[in-house]
Design a protein around this ligand. Structure first.
Ligand code: AMP
Ligand code: MN
Ligand code: MN
Ligand code: MN
Length: 294
């Protein structure tokens, strides 16, 4: 059966390898179809598609769109970060392209803010952070982590994320970005297929059904959400059952993928989780904004 992996990153965002290298590693791992889904950018597509064609594997154009949703927790509204995968969107669709452009700008301002905070305690500079990044790549905390590794503050990205870059830590700043509902609408208008990336990664292994924000998900489904990434190393087993149940109830797509960031970017390995061919067929049938090359 074909190995279909629908989530990966190159150095056009926070992956460690060029789009060409990502597809070379995919071919070596026996992957048959790979989606390149860099954060908030499509600038890796052309190179990825060319490498895929040369290597004889399928290329799926995608984006991992940074969004945030307002959720009610008790008496208070809280913002949560939601990563939305968009498959086969039209990269020329201006309202979406403009929104992504704004997010990349917000990410930069936010990364500067985090770097400023860190500079009070560590010898980090903005120039050093930028040295960790390809020209024009979408910036994220991993570039700051790489700068801290370079300085010898931490051994690797994982240690940086466990410590100083943790979202509950003193240096954290959230990215000001697109509302999740607006992102779903824009992705659909662009001909893309919106699927929530790694949902519910924050619920513990011992979570109970009450921890499933079912109403919130159903509102997203009403707004045009088409599926969930269920099989992902960070989605707890208990949450997978709820997500599959929701997907069945609403006849949605469910996917599985690696979220590869390079051999040295994250432990995630190409093809470690895969998408069923019939689910992939549904994405191909629904996505009209750009074409997969198979
Ligand atoms: P940001 O988008 O700037 O909030 O940073 C989040 C990104 O950091 C995610 O997309 C992951 O790729 C990466 N990340 C999160 N946790 C880790 C970790 N423990 N090790 C390596 N990379 C991580
Ligand atoms: Mn990432
Ligand atoms: Mn993500
Ligand atoms: Mn990702």
């Amino acid at each position: 059966m074909a190995i279909i992996d629908l989530h990966s990153h190159s150095n056009r965002s926070d992956g460690k390898e060029s789009p060409t290298e990502v597809f070379e590693h995919a071919a070596a791992a026996g992957v048959n179809v790979l989606a390149l889904t860099d954060h908030d950018t499509t600038t890796g597509w052309a190179e990825g598609a060319e490498a895929a064609a040369r290597l004889g594997i399928g290329f799926v154009p995608g984006i991992e769109v940074t969004t945030r949703a307002k959720v009610r927790v008790g008496e208070r509204d809280r913002f949560i970060s939601v990563h939305m995968l968009a498959y086969l969107p039209d990269p020329q669709y201006k309202p979406l392209a403009d929104e992504l452009h704004d997010t990349v700008g917000s990410r930069e301002i936010r990364a500067m803010g985090i770097t400023d905070k860190l500079a009070k305690d560590f010898p980090i500079t903005w120039d050093l952070v930028l040295e960790m990044l390809e020209d024009g790549a979408t910036i994220g905390r991993p570039a700051i982590a790489d700068a801290l590794v370079k300085l010898g503050v931490v051994a690797d990205r994982a240690e940086a994320f466990r410590g100083v870059l943790d979202k509950y830590g003193p240096y954290y700043i959230a990215t000001d970005t697109t509302d999740t509902f607006d992102a779903i609408k824009l992705i659909r208008e662009s001909g893309g297929v919106p699927i929530i990336a790694h949902p519910l990664t924050d619920v513990g292994a011992n979570a109970s059904r009450g921890d499933l924000p079912e109403e919130h998900f159903e509102k997203l489904i009403d707004a045009g959400l088409m599926g969930f990434e269920v099989y992902h190393r960070e989605v707890p087993e208990v949450a997978r059952e709820w997500l599959l149940m929701l997907a069945r109830k609403h006849d949605l797509i469910h996917t599985g993928s690696s979220d590869y960031h390079g051999v040295h970017g994250k432990p995630n390995r190409l093809g470690e989780n895969t998408t069923a061919p019939e689910m992939f067929e549904r994405i191909l049938a629904a996505g009209t904004g750009s074409k997969a090359i198979l």
